[in-house]
Design a binder for this molecule. Structure first.
Ligand SMILES: *Cc1c(COP(=O)(O)O)cnc(C)c1O
Length: 385
């Protein structure tokens, strides 16, 4: 017997194809796209997303950590390049080198341990040297760069200087403009230093989605596209900037994800009764209500209590009362027909209406990024056209 989940996620192949085509037109023809799939591919489901992306021509994936790299390795069918931008244990370095997995190095201990691991494995390690340019998170400082370069030179038979990179501290917001510009200047200084030392990393890369759009000069050899490939602009500012620059009026991207459930029960409530836990919602008239088996344990934020909106039978209906762990209640008084089993759209389209993640996350004061990545990994992901 197949036990069904109370809700499921659909991932659209054609939407991804569309977005990647848009992005390819946007970047230079010799700029490599790295598809960022950390955070369970921004909640889309890493194992589902990677093969679809590969079928759309993607051959480079970026992850945060070694465990995510392993998941990409297992789900890749086309031997794509995998790059770890964050956490890897020294104990896992040999495994990474063995499997051709590239990784960021941002401190001297990692550099030395990588050399030892490469010698033990008997294979060249592919490193991306991360430069601290002002984010103040990880990376070699400007003062450390000469020592790093010397180390790479001395050990070039074991270490491949694959990349030189940095990350901007909030390229999506114009309020950070000067900070980003300073980072860019410092990065350019490091690039010069590297060239003067006679070294030539294969790929210089700095840009996430927002930076690739706002600072096209910094697309360099590779862009690390996260949120945008999934069909979301990093924030409204970047969307509006794009639209005004290009004299367009509509978001050119398509959302890949939809989240759906179905009506669990339909009931009547009399005027003067409270609905759900406590007293947060009082029925001011006779109501028809429907329960839906999705709650905060499934990623439907508790902040959406008395605020959320879902689609049923082509109409918007309001969440009333508090979001429970596994259930919400919605007001369906306006619907002429509604019955157990009817489709409920939590994110996505139904008829002419749409609930986008961004309108959804405005209610809940969550960013697109956070809402997406908090969608539980155990919800089934179905690939649709
Ligand atoms: C997450 C991340 C990205 C992708 O960011 P988006 O805003 O989703 O495009 C790029 N680079 C690094 C280092 C990251 O951590």
């Amino acid at each position: 017997m197949k036990i069904l989940h109370t809700s499921y996620i659909e991932i659209s192949k054609s939407a991804l194809e569309h977005n990647l085509q848009f992005l390819k037109n946007f970047i230079g023809s010799n700029v490599q796209i790295s598809s960022v799939v950390k955070g369970n591919a921004y909640g889309h489901g890493l194992e589902v997303f990677v093969p679809i992306a590969e079928n759309c021509g993607i051959n480079h994936f970026s992850v945060f950590s070694a465990d995510e790299a392993l998941r990409v390795l297992k789900s890749s069918t086309k031997k794509s390049t995998i790059m770890i931008m964050g956490y890897i244990d020294n104990e896992q370095l040999e495994w990474a080198i063995e499997n051709n997995i590239e990784f960021y190095v941002f401190e001297l201990d990692r550099l030395e341990k990588t050399l030892q691991a490469a010698k033990r494995v008997g294979k060249i390690a592919k490193l991306h040297i991360e430069v601290e340019t002002g984010m103040n998170r990880t990376g070699f400082t400007f003062d450390q760069i000469p020592a790093v370069l010397q180390f790479l030179k001395n050990n070039s038979s074991h270490l491949c200087f694959k990349g030189l990179c940095t990350h901007f501290a909030g390229a999506e917001s114009i309020a950070n403009y000067y900070r980003i510009k300073k980072q860019q200047q410092l990065f350019k200084k490091v690039v010069k230093k590297v060239a003067l030392a006679g070294l030539n990393p294969e790929q210089k890369h700095t840009a996430c989605s927002a930076a690739a759009l706002r600072y096209p000069k910094f697309q360099l050899d590779m862009v690390r596209f996260g949120i945008i490939q999934y069909g979301f602009f990093p924030n409204k500012e970047i969307l509006i900037e794009y639209l005004t620059k290009n004299k367009e009026t509509e978001n050119p991207l398509k959302r890949l994800i939809s989240w759906k459930s179905s009506v669990m029960d339909v009931n009547k409530v009399k005027t003067g009764e409270f609905i759900g836990y406590g007293t947060s919602y009082l029925a001011n008239s006779n109501l028809k209500i429907a329960t839906i088996p999705v709650g905060y344990s499934h990623g439907f934020s508790r902040n959406l209590s008395n605020q959320g909106i879902v689609l049923i039978n082509g109409q918007r209906v309001n969440v009333i009362g508090t979001v429970n762990m596994n259930m919400i209640t919605v007001d369906v008084t306006q619907l002429n027909t509604i019955k157990k089993g009817d489709e409920v759209v939590l994110i996505g389209k139904q008829g002419d209406l749409e609930i986008s993640v961004s309108s959804f996350s405005e209610f809940s004061e969550q960013l697109n990024y956070e809402l997406l990545t908090r969608l539980p990994s155990n919800l089934p992901r179905l690939v649709v056209d």
